[in-house]
Design a protein around this ligand. Sequence first.
Ligand SMILES: [Zn+2]
Length: 348
Amino acid sequence: MKTTLFHQHGGPEVLEYTDFPTPEPKPGEALVRVRAAALNRMDVMVRNGWPGLKLDLPHINGADGAGEIVALGSPLPAGEGLGVRAGDRVAINANLGCGQCDYCLSGWDNMCRNWHLLGETVCGTYAEYVCLPVRQLYKLPDDFDFHKAAAAALVYQTAWHSLITRGGLKAGETVLIVGAGGGVNTASVQIAKYAGAQVVVVGSNADKLAQAESIGADILVDRSKNEDWAKAVFTATNKRGVDVVVDNVGTTYMQSLRCLKKGGRLLTVGNSGAPRFEIDNRYVFAKHISIIGSTMSPLKDFSTVMDLVVAGKLQPILDKTFPLKDAAAAQERLWKGESFGKVTLEIV
Ligand SMILES: [Zn+2]
């Protein structure tokens, strides 16, 4: 099969478009012909590598993808894969639980004791074919676009699990989203609006804020004009503050804590700024703040959110599509913050 992979960690130049053996499905797995892959910042972080990351090289990036089932490894597990057939169009769920540990058996497979993420610790979707357990596949309607499905899978499940399942977001609450452009942030704007919340977005420039407004953001704060944007958020909410902050930057926590009402929740699924930074602990206890972290979602949240995507209630935002061989250019676009919505790869 054709793939874009890397033999060593490094910059975009380590990516190589080449031939690689097509994987074969084990019992309970499906072989999927990938038609579209979507990029995440994690792809670039895995390509760069970090201390302690040990991969079997060469490695294939990519958590998100959609395509068609071409073969099934038999036997399929009882209760799984019922009705799954070769030819089915599917979206891939990158959250790989073992299906057997206490967390998986109690429905928290994103907390699995033997957890893996497609494209991070196992080879991913920047390839013509990938093998996955059938429970990782969501069946798509015949007319649903593969790029939209690939673009939706990781970011919507992550944002839904954080905002709704873990964050308990309710209609009538106010949510602040720190950052206008990223995939999880745009998904969070849409999910918060779907839940009936008021949405405040802090963004780095007018263009990104206009795009956030176009997908439903109610109050826009331009941080290029408001260095103290916590004060601007406070003013914009009639000095009430917000119920929930979505902060996937990290280094902005102090401003996020200042924006919250007493009893508010700070939700986080990542750190585009830095993983280590200082906070003033007095804000956490004196304001009764909950800091709630999560990553990815259980299978149940994935199917809930994909049902909303195929019903058109949540609309994946597509940025630009590149051919598989140009994955390096695609990653550069994402990493430099030039995109709004998802960058995807066309795998023909
Ligand atoms: Zn497990």
